[in-house]
Design a protein around this ligand. Structure first.
Ligand code: SDX
Length: 434
C-alpha cells in the first residue's frame, strides 16, 4: 500500500483547501502552493525568500543546522581533500564522479576552449586600469555572446554543453587578464599542459620574460578554494542566473548576471570586505569596539564573514579553509600572519559573545578565504573574481538543470502592492509640491 500523499490544510474565510506536501531526499518538506491563488485569490509573501523553495534541484544540498554541504551527495570535506577542481566540475555538471577516461576527455574538452577570441583582449583597453576587476568580468563575460554565436541556442543540448565548456575554460583566462590589465603587465596565453589552477596561477603571476615555476602548494590551495566555492544551492547569484535563464537569455548573459549579483558585500563580495574589515580593526585590542558596533542596530557595521542565511552552525567550507590556512601559510614559510592571528582572535571572541551565540552567527566561507588568497599574493580586489570563477561551474550546472527541466517557465514573482489607489490625472498647472 503506497503511503498516503501528504497534504497541508489551508483555511481562509471559511474555505478549506488541501495543498500537496512534497518531500525531497533530505531537508524540509515543501508545501506546493501553486494552486493557492486560483483557489483563494491569495499570494504568499516571503521577502528575501527566507522559507521559499524556488525550484527542485539534485545538485547541492545544505543542512544549515548541522553545517553540512553535499555536492551530488558527496560531502564537501571529502571532495576538497580528494579531488581537483575539474573533477568536481564534472561531478556538478553530470551528477557522477568521472572514471579516469571520462576525466581525461573532460579535461581535453575544457582545454580546447581556454583561449579567447583574439579581439576580446581589446575589450580590456576600454576599462580604466583602476577599474574593479569585477566590473571588467561582468562586461567581458557578457560579451562572449557577441563572439560565440554557435553556442547560444539554449534548446540545443550540444550548444548548451559547448557554452558550458567555454565558460568554465575561459573564466581563468578572463580573470588573469583582468588582474594583468590592472598591473599594466602583458597578458599571458593559457598553457594547456598545466592543470586548471596551475594555468590560472601562471596567467596571473607569470611574465613573458621568464619561465613561471608552478608551486604545487599554491596549486593545491587554489584547487581547494575553487572546490569549496563551486556551488551552494539557490543563493542570490545562482537564483539570478536561474531567473535570467528562465527568460531564455543566452548562457553567457545569464552567467554575467550571476557575476553582477555575486559582487555585493553581503554575498560574494564579503571576502574582500573581510580583509578590509580586518585591516580596519588593525589590532586585537580594537576587537571589542568592532564587536560592539556589529551588535548596535543603529550602526550599519556588520562583522563581515560572519552569519549566513542557511548555516546556523559552522559553515563547513570555513572549517576546511581554516585548517588549510595554517597548512598554506606554513608551507609558504609565513610563520605568523598578523591578519590570520587577528581573524582567529576575532572569531574566538565573537563565538563567546551572547549576541553571536543567540543569533547563531558563525564564520562563513568568506571569513578565511581572503587570508589564504592574500598569502598567495592575490590582491583583495581579485578575491570575488576568483569566487565568481569557481561559482561559474555551479551556475552553469544549475542553469543546465533548469533549462533541461520540461516544466520550467519564466520566473515572475508577484508583489504586495502598497502604492496609491487609482487616482485622477493632475495637469501640470494644477500640481503642487507634496
Ligand atoms: C555568501 O546564500 C549563500 O549560500 C551565500 C554563500 C554562497 O556560497 O553562495 O554562502 C556566500 O554570501 C556568504 C555570506 C557572506 N556575507 C557576509 O559575510 C556579510 C555579513 N553577513 C551578513 O550580511 C548576513 O549574515 C548575511 C547576509 C550573510 C545573512 O543575512 P540574513 O540571513 O538576511 O540574516 P539577517 O541579516 O536577517 O540577520 C539575522 C540577524 C539580524 O539581527 P536582528 O535583525 O534579528 O536583530 O543577525 C544579525 C542581523 O543584524 N546579523 C549580524 C550579522 N549577520 C547577521 N550582525 C552582525 N554581524 C553580522 N555579520
Amino acid at each position: 500500500m503506497s503511503p498516503q500523499p501528504k497534504t497541508a490544510q489551508f483555511t481562509f474565510q471559511g474555505k478549506v483547501i488541501d495543498l500537496p506536501v512534497l518531500s525531497g531526499t533530505e531537508g524540509p518538506d515543501v508545501v506546493d502552493i501553486s494552486s493557492l491563488y486560483k483557489e483563494t485569490g491569495l499570494f504568499t509573501y516571503d521577502p528575501g525568500f527566507m522559507a521559499t523553495a524556488s525550484c527542485a534541484s539534485a545538485i547541492t544540498f545544505i543542512d544549515g543546522e548541522k553545517g553540512r554541504l553535499l555536492y551530488r551527495g558527496y560531502s564537501i570535506a571529502a571532495l576538497a581533500r580528494n579531488c581537483d577542481f575539474l573533477e568536481v566540475a564534472y561531478l556538478l555538471l553530470y551528477g557522477e564522479l568521472p572514471i579516469s577516461e571520462q576525466r581525461q576527455t573532460f579535461v581535453k574538452q575544457i582545454n580546447q576552449h581556454t583561449l579567447l577570441h583574439e579581439q576580446m583582449s581589446s575589450f580590456y583597453e576600454g576599462f580604466r586600469r583602476d577599474a574593479h576587476p569585477m566590473a571588467v568580468m561582468v562586461g567581458v563575460v557578457g560579451a562572449l555572446s557577441a563572439f560565440y554565436h554557435d553556442s547560444l541556442d539554449i534548446h540545443d543540448p550540444q550548444q548548451r554543453e559547448l557554452a558550458s565548456f567555454r565558460l568554465i575554460a575561459k573564466m581563468p583566462t578572463f580573470a588573469a587578464m583582468a588582474y594583468k590589465y590592472s598591473l599594466g603587465q602583458p597578458f599571458l596565453y593559457p598553457k594547456n599542459h598545466l592543470c586548471y589552477s596551475g594555468n590560472l596561477l601562471r596567467m596571473m603571476f607569470g611574465l613573458p620574460t621568464e619561465e613561471y615555476k608552478i608551486n604545487p602548494v599554491l596549486v593545491k590551495a587554489m584547487d581547494l578554494i575553487l572546490i569549496l566555492h563551486a556551488d551552494h544551492e539557490q543563493n542570490a547569484s545562482t537564483s539570478t542566473v536561474r531567473l535570467a535563464g528562465s527568460s531564455g537569455a543566452n548562457p553567457f548573459a545569464c552567467i554575467a548576471s550571476g557575476i553582477a549579483a555575486l559582487w555585493g558585500p553581503a554575498h560574494g563580495g564579503a571576502n574582500e570586505a573581510v580583509l578590509n574589515m580586518l585591516r580596519q580593526i588593525g589590532d586585537k585590542q580594537h576587537i571589542p569596539e568592532f564587536i560592539k558596533r556589529a551588535k548596535d542596530k543603529d550602526d550599519p557595521f556588520r562583522l563581515m564573514g560572519f552569519g549566513h542565511r542557511v548555516y546556523k552552525n559552522y559553515d563547513p567550507r570555513a572549517v576546511v579553509i581554516r585548517e588549510s590556512c595554517h597548512e598554506v601559510l606554513s608551507e609558504l614559510g609565513i610563520k605568523n600572519d598578523p591578519l590570520l592571528d587577528l581573524a582567529m582572535e576575532l572569531e574566538r571572541i565573537a563565538l563567546q559573545d551572547d549576541y553571536f551565540i543567540e543569533k547563531k552567527l558563525y564564520p562563513n566561507v568568506d571569513f578565511y578565504s581572503g587570508i589564504i588568497f592574500r598569502a598567495m599574493g592575490i590582491p583583495a580586489s581579485m578575491f570575488t573574481v576568483l569566487f565568481a570563477l569557481a561559482r561559474s561551474v555551479g551556475w552553469v550546472a544549475q542553469w543546465q538543470e533548469m533549462i533541461a527541466d520540461p516544466t520550467q517557465k519564466i520566473g515572475r514573482p508577484r508583489q504586495l502592492y502598497q502604492g496609491y489607489a487609482e487616482r485622477a490625472f493632475v495637469p501640470v498647472e494644477q500640481r503642487t509640491v507634496k
